[in-house]
Each structure stands twice: as structure tokens, then as C-alpha cells.
Design a protein around this ligand. Structure first.
Ligand code: NAD
Length: 472
């Protein structure tokens, strides 16, 4: 039997006249019908959220945290169904789909233990000032496709623990698992607190314009992020933007290659490079360049080879959707047409019979101004550049238009830290590839974002801080 998917408004399952189907990126099979939310669904969801907010906003942090534990239990109990839906809609292997579910469980549990506390901000002989954090209202979570559950769930749990209602809009490329997740969680939270609507740019834009939405938490491209921010200005909505990066990775001459080579391979090719903080530009010290490149190619060919069977133990997969597939294909073809040295991969036609497959591709020393180096590839193609002067590589690493993550490999931790502190990015990883930690603030600087999420600091963007001034 075909699984059914619904928009969820006020705990009600809603179908729609308009539907769409996602293409399985592994096989190009058309998946299930998915209802597209109407303008009326959206209006009803905002009304339901506003009604629910009156009581929900008065619940205590421990009450809400107890409900997060119940949400984690539901995710766990339905992990296998959610992972199999994710595998179909994203093309992820079982290992990757399981990560999407299990990390979402961990997010619920993390916030069941972490919340904003009141704090005394000032005290003297005349007064005592206590800062307290109050919810904003209804949050709209506008999400991308690369980790459908993790990236929407972080917004959901952050909004809920701070006492907000939340309406999730998954990417239309990957709506199914998120819709099922909200459906499964019905009954845990009061109706109207946690809702989901499927739709594309039109629905996203409507969310950014609606006066009943207090905050937009957006993850996606820089171009759309700018539109979101401009639209939010009209109603002075709070806004968090988690946007694209083009992460530099610096490998020093004293790096332990037994650590650096496999880590850089994972940084570049985990989930076929479709990670916002993937290592996207690799700068290797000239004195170890040849050895590093040979060893990297060997690891990548062995560990990131295409495995058509989603159950194979692999963290590599196809490109998630046709639009992104064409983007990455175009970047590889540009490298080929310009005569850059492709040391592995590079094929873009007939890679497999069906599916949005591209082989892991490594390009040696493309020019700094090439498309591959300047643009976010967000796919399985990696430029390996070289350097010999520390100031020069830091200058090349720091971009004017992006600064999400970065990584540094050196056996000398003091040296690695010195470089890390000079890299203009929201997070820098040392002797490891970029892996967000839900206890650590995650944000992009420059065009890579506005505000951030995760950790205690991330919660501040889901609340107003109100000061209570007591006399002494
Ligand atoms: P996208 O910007 O195309 O779409 C993101 C979401 O915005 C989707 O839900 C889409 O329907 C919606 N949208 C489109 N137009 C809109 C509009 N005018 N108003 C409101 N919403 C609109 O991004 P994508 O292709 O889904 O995601 C890939 C990008 O996301 C990559 O650039 C990646 O680096 C970035 N990303 C960033 C992070 C991070 O935390 N910084 C995490 C994951 C992905």
C-alpha cells in the first residue's frame, strides 16, 4: 500500500487537491503523492498556533522538557520507518538516514536538559535586575533538503523548549519524513503547537510576509536568505539565517597524514559533499602535496566508491535532486572543458543506468578563480590547492562573501590554533573534519548567515530577554 502524507494543521490531517511527487535520486523512481498546502491551510495553521500560544507560552521549562523526551521516544520507536522514508526521498544510504534520525533524537534529549535560565544581570544597594527569557510567538522553520530531519528538528526543539509554537516547512525536495514525523508526534503537544505544511518558494515567501509569524528560522542558500531577510523587515520579524559556506581546509606540512587524509576525505565526500560545512577548498602545504594527493585519491576511491545498494556500508550517495545534480555536473564539466587536472572521477554521463549519481571527483590545482574554488559546489567534487606561506594561505582561505566553517590540520596544536583564530568562519575544526555539535553555537559569518542555532546561545534567538527590576 502507498504511504499517505498529510499537512498537519491543529492536529488535523489535511490532504490537498494539489499534490507533487519527489523523484528517488538513487533510481529516478517517482515516489508518493504529497499534498501541497494551500493559502487557507497556512492561514489556519497561523490561527491555530496563535490560539495554542496563549496556554503553551505559560508552560514551564521542565514541563516542555518532559515533552521533548516523549518526542525523542516517538522518533526512536519509529526510527526504522523514518529512515526508510529518508532513504527514498534523499537517496541516502541506510547509515546516513539512520544518522538523520538518531541525531534528531539526540537534539530532543539535549534540549530536555538544556534551557535558558533567569540570571541576575545587575545588583547594587538600590536594585536587583533579573533577566528572563520569554517566547516570541509562532516560529516558521523553512528548511533545506540535505539533512531533512536534523535541520528542521533543531529549529523545532529550539522553538518548543523556549515556549514557541512552530510551523515547519520542509524542502519540497524532501517533504516526506518531516511530514511523517509531525504526524507521529500528534497527541504529545497541544494542537497547534507543532504543525507542518508542504510547499515551495511561494509558501516560504508567504511565511516571511505574514504578520502572525514572529520569527523565521531559515536554512538554505545565500540568495534566498537575502530575500527572506528583506521580506522579514516589513513586519520586523526576528530572523535567523543559516546559509551556504565554502569552507577552506588548511593542511600544514607537519600534519599527521594518517589522521588528515581520511578526515579530509570524509570532510569532502561524506553525504557526497552535500553538507553545509563540508570541506570545500583544500589547501595542502607544497612540501607534502604529492604524497597527500596520492593518499587522498587512494582513500576516496576505496571508501567513497559508488554503491548502488543503499544498504551497503557507505556514507556516499547520489546528488539529492535534479537541480543540484545539474549544478554539480556543470562544475565538473567546467573543470574538464578548461583542462584542469582531474585525478579521480570526472565522469558526468552514464555514471550509472539511472539516478543522480556523480563519482567522487578530485581536481588538482585548479586556478583560485575557477568556478570550483569560488562557488559552493555542494556535491562530490573537491579542489586540492597548494600553499607555502602561512599569511598567503590564510588570505586565500578567508573569503569576502562566506565564512561558515573551516578546518586546520597540524601536529603542532599551538600552530593550528593560531591559524584557526585567524580564519574568518563561524566554526573552525582542528585535526578533524567539520562536524556540528548540537551543544556548540553554530553560525556563519559574512554572507554565510545571520545569527545562529544550537547550544544555549542558539536558544537566545528564540526568545525575548526581558528584565525585571526589583527594588532593594
Ligand atoms: P534553498 O535556499 O533553495 O531553499 C531553502 C528553503 O527555502 C526551501 O524550503 C525552499 O522551499 C525555501 N524557499 C525558496 N524560496 C523562498 C523564498 N523566496 N522565501 C522563503 N522561502 C523560500 O536551499 P536548498 O537548495 O534547499 O539548500 C541547500 C543550501 O543550504 C546550500 O547552499 C547549503 O550550504 C545550505 N545549508 C546551510 C546550512 C547551515 O546550517 N548554514 C545547513 C544546510 C544547508
Amino acid at each position: 500500500m502507498q504511504p499517505q502524507f498529510y499537512n498537519i494543521v491543529n492536529d488535523e490531517l489535511r490532504s490537498s487537491k494539489e499534490t507533487h511527487r519527489v523523484t528517488d535520486p538513487r533510481t529516478e523512481e517517482e515516489l508518493w503523492e504529497c499534498p501541497v498546502a494551500t493559502a487557507e491551510d497556512f492561514e489556519d495553521a497561523v490561527t491555530a498556533a496563535q490560539q495554542a500560544f496563549t496556554k503553551w507560552s505559560q508552560t514551564t521549562v521542565p514541563e516542555r522538557q518532559a515533552l521533548l523526551i516523549q518526542l525523542a521516544d516517538i522518533l526512536r520507536a519509529n526510527a526504522s520507518e523514518l529512515a526508510s522514508i529518508l532513504m527514498k526521498e534523499t537517496g541516502k544510504s541506510k547509515i546516513l538516514a539512520d544518522i538523520d534520525v538518531q541525531a534528531s533524537v539526540a537534539q530532543c534529549l539535549y534540549y530536555s536538559q538544556t534551557a535558558l535560565q533567569d540570571e541576575v544581570q545587575h545588583e547594587d544597594t538600590h536594585s536587583r535586575v533579573v533577566a528572563t527569557h520569554i517566547p516570541l510567538g509562532t516560529v516558521a522553520a523553512i528548511c533545506p533538503w540535505n539533512f531533512p530531519l536534523i535541520l528542521s528538528n533543531i529549529k523545532v526543539v529550539s522553538a518548543l523548549v523556549t515556549g514557541n509554537c512552530v510551523i515547519v516547512k520542509p524542502s519540497p525536495s524532501t517533504p516526506y519524513a518531516v511530514m511523517r514525523w509531525v504526524e507521529l508526534s500528534r497527541g504529545v503537544l497541544p494542537p497547534g503547537v507543532f504543525q507542518v505544511l508542504n510547499g515551495g518558494a511561494e509558501l516560504g515567501a508567504a511565511m516571511t510576509a505574514h504578520p502572525g509569524i514572529a520569527k523565521i528560522s531559515f536554512t538554505g542558500t545565500i540568495a534566498v536568505g537575502k530575500k527572506v531577510m528583506a521580506a522579514c523587515a516589513k513586519t520586523l520579524k526576528k530572523v535567523t539565517l543559516e546559509l551556504a559556506g565554502n569552507d577552506a581546509c588548511i593542511v600544514c606540512d607537519d600534519a599527521d597524514l594518517d589522521v588528515a587524509v581520511p578526515a579530509v576525505a570524509s570532510g569532502g565526500f561524506f553525504n557526497a559533499g552535500q553538507v553545509c560545512v563540508a570541506s570545500k577548498r583544500i589547501y595542502v602545504h607544497e612540501s607534502i602535496y604529492d604524497e597527500f594527493l596520492d593518499r587522498l585519491v587512494e582513500v576516496v576511491e576505496k571508501q567513497f566508491a559508488i554503491q548502488e545498494d543503499g544498504l551497503a556500508p557507505s556514507v556516499f550517495g547520489p546528488v539529492d535532486n535534479r537541480v543540484q545534480y545539474e549544478v554539480v555536473k556543470g562544475i565538473i564539466e567546467d573543470c574538464r572543458n578548461k583542462g584542469y587536472k582531474i585525478v579521480t572521477g570526472g565522469k558526468t554521463e552514464e555514471v550509472k543506468g539511472k539516478g543522480f549519481w556523480l563519482p567522487p571527483t578530485i581536481v588538482s590545482r585548479p586556478p583560485e578563480e575557477s568556478l570550483l574554488v569560488q562557488e559552493e559546489q555542494f556535491g562530490p567534487v573537491l579542489p586540492i590547492l597548494s600553499w607555502s606561506d602561512e599569511d598567503d594561505v590564510i588570505k586565500r582561505s578567508n573569503l569576502a562573501n562566506a565564512g561558515l566553517g573551516a578546518s586546520v590540520y597540524s601536529s603542532d596544536l599551538a600552530r593550528a590554533e593560531r591559524i584557526a583564530r585567524r580564519l574568518e568562519a563561524g566554526g573552525v575544526w582542528i585535526n578533524q573534519f567539520e562536524r556540528p555539535n548540537f551543544g556548540a553555537y553554530f553560525s556563519g559569518i559574512k554572507d554565510s548567515g545571520f545569527g545562529g542555532e544550537m547550544g544555549k546561545q542558539g536558544l537566545l534567538s528564540y526568545a525575548y530577554t526581558k528584565c525585571l527590576h526589583f527594588p532593594k
